[in-house]
Design a protein around this ligand. Structure first.
Ligand code: SAH
Length: 436
């Protein structure tokens, strides 16, 4: 059945010779997708075949099939017997029209499958579409650039450039359907990459692929070096992190650097913690880049709220407990800009980002708007980091925590009935939670 499926996928015409068909094969026959010759094997069955697969569990029959195929000069495969086969079915990465075959000459199909899985992870899902796309332009590029070395250079630049990035992101640029802009391939571009909460395993595949393409990285302070190390070794790394109180790289300066590097024709990765569009000022950077006409690709990342919720085993929504979840920045919690009455309503989950210094204010405001001191909360420090810590608590526990210097940043505060599910974790520090 497995072989038939692979062969059909490759558009072979398949004839099964067997005394009986199992249910799967019978379905294929009923659907007209395969032929069936009912009966025991006889060498004459092979006449006219292009390939033969001996897939019985009877070694004598398999051997007879091999002999008959050899006599007729037809290539044969004996299933699970590479040594007695003339061809093999390799493990395949199928991003048609791009195909990668991995084989170990029958030594270890399991190893081949593992290597295949690694290649799968490495190749963008839409690389087949990219191959199609390039194929559509092949003749025109050939005509426009008759000189082989120029053409080679063109294609090298093309696959590294913004057009390829866009095709891989699922949008085939329409203007290319009429005319390929050869100079444009040498233009710079920017990737706004969200790299998640810290653990490199929580990177997306696309983040990893684009990190490897970038010539320049502008990264936040909190992005760990293990993630930056996924970039090319010769890529330039610039720390544009804004640490509280320290000498800032202003947002304006970051915006300017992004534009300048891209205008020099480089591929610039703006590497941000979490998701670029959740309290990450990604929107401002996007606007500046669009204004400057620089192609931008945005890669979503796992945001701190979902990472912290996973760490604490707190479902952000849960039937009967919470019907909505709100992400709030606690910066300016005291300034009156937040709708505390709405945030203090029960039956919902509220996640406060950047709340470390504001915990007292948050607790006081929520209490003032009617949440009881017993209302569950969870503090999650450094979600997904080795030093991660989960503190289940109640609203009443919160006051004074920050003042006593008991929080390690970055910290996230989850407020809501679901926080009661939080499981204390991390450095035997749970004991540090002060008594009410
Ligand atoms: N764009 C980011 C958020 C940047 S704002 C994202 O989507 O996650 C920075 C705030 O995010 C921090 O003050 C903290 O509240 C939260 N944060 C970021 N990483 C965190 C982590 N690993 N654990 C807990 N909170 C985190």
């Amino acid at each position: 059945m497995r072989k038939v499926e692979q062969l059909l996928k490759a558009q072979a015409r398949v004839c099964v010779i067997a005394p009986v068909l199992d249910a799967g094969l019978a379905n294929l026959r009923d659907a007209g997708r395969i032929q069936w010759r009912c009966g025991d094997f006889s060498p004459a069955h092979l006449d006219g075949a292009a390939l033969v697969v001996a897939a019985t569990d009877d070694a004598a029959v398999n051997a007879a099939v091999a002999v008959a195929a050899r006599e007729r000069g037809i290539w044969f495969n004996v299933v699970d017997d590479g040594a007695n086969s003339q061809f093999i079915f390799p493990a395949i990465v199928d991003r048609s029209p791009l195909i990668v075959a991995v084989g170990t000459a029958g030594r270890s199909p399991t190893l081949a499958r593992r290597v295949r899985a690694q290649i799968e992870a490495l190749l963008p899902q839409r690389i087949g579409e990219l191959a199609e796309y390039a194929g559509r332009w092949r003749e025109r590029v050939k005509a426009a650039l008759p000189e082989v070395s120029r053409r080679l250079r063109f294609w090298e630049t093309f696959f590294d450039g913004p057009i390829a990035t866009r095709v891989l992101a699922g949008e085939a640029p329409a203007q290319l359907d009429t005319d390929i802009d050869i100079d444009a391939t040498a233009r710079g571009e920017v990737y706004l990459i969200g790299v998640g909460p810290g653990d490199p395993d929580l990177l997306t595949l696309r983040a990893q692929q684009l990190l490897q393409q970038a010539d320049v990285l502008l990264h936040d302070r909190l992005v760990p070096s293990q993630i930056l190390d996924r970039a090319r070794r010769d890529a330039l790394r610039i720390d544009v992190g804004k640490s509280p109180g320290a000498h800032d790289t202003t947002q304006e300066s970051i915006n300017r650097q992004l534009v300048e590097w891209a205008q020099r024709g480089l591929r610039v990765a703006r590497v941000k913690g979490g998701d670029p569009f959740v309290f990450g000022r990604g929107g401002e950077e996007l606007a500046v880049l669009r204004e400057a006409g620089i192609p931008v690709t945005v890669v979503p990342g796992i945001t701190a709220a979902t990472a912290a919720a996973a760490s604490a085993l707190v479902p952000l929504t849960q039937r009967g407990f919470s019907q909505s979840v709100t992400f709030v920045t606690a910066t300016g919690a005291g300034s009156g800009s937040l709708d505390w009455a709405a945030l203090a309503r029960p039956g919902q989950t509220v996640v406060f980002y950047m709340g470390g210094a504001q915990i007292d204010t948050i607790a006081a405001k929520l209490a003032a708007h009617g949440l009881p001191p017993t209302h569950p909360v969870a503090l999650i420090e450094r979600a997904s980091w080795p030093e991660e810590r989960v503190l289940p608590a109640t609203l009443g526990d919160l006051s004074g925590i920050a003042r006593r210097g008991q929080l390690q940043s970055p910290t996230l505060l989850i407020v809501g009935e679901v926080a009661a599910f939080a499981i204390a974790r991390g450095v035997k520090e749970t004991a540090r939670l002060p008594p009410v």
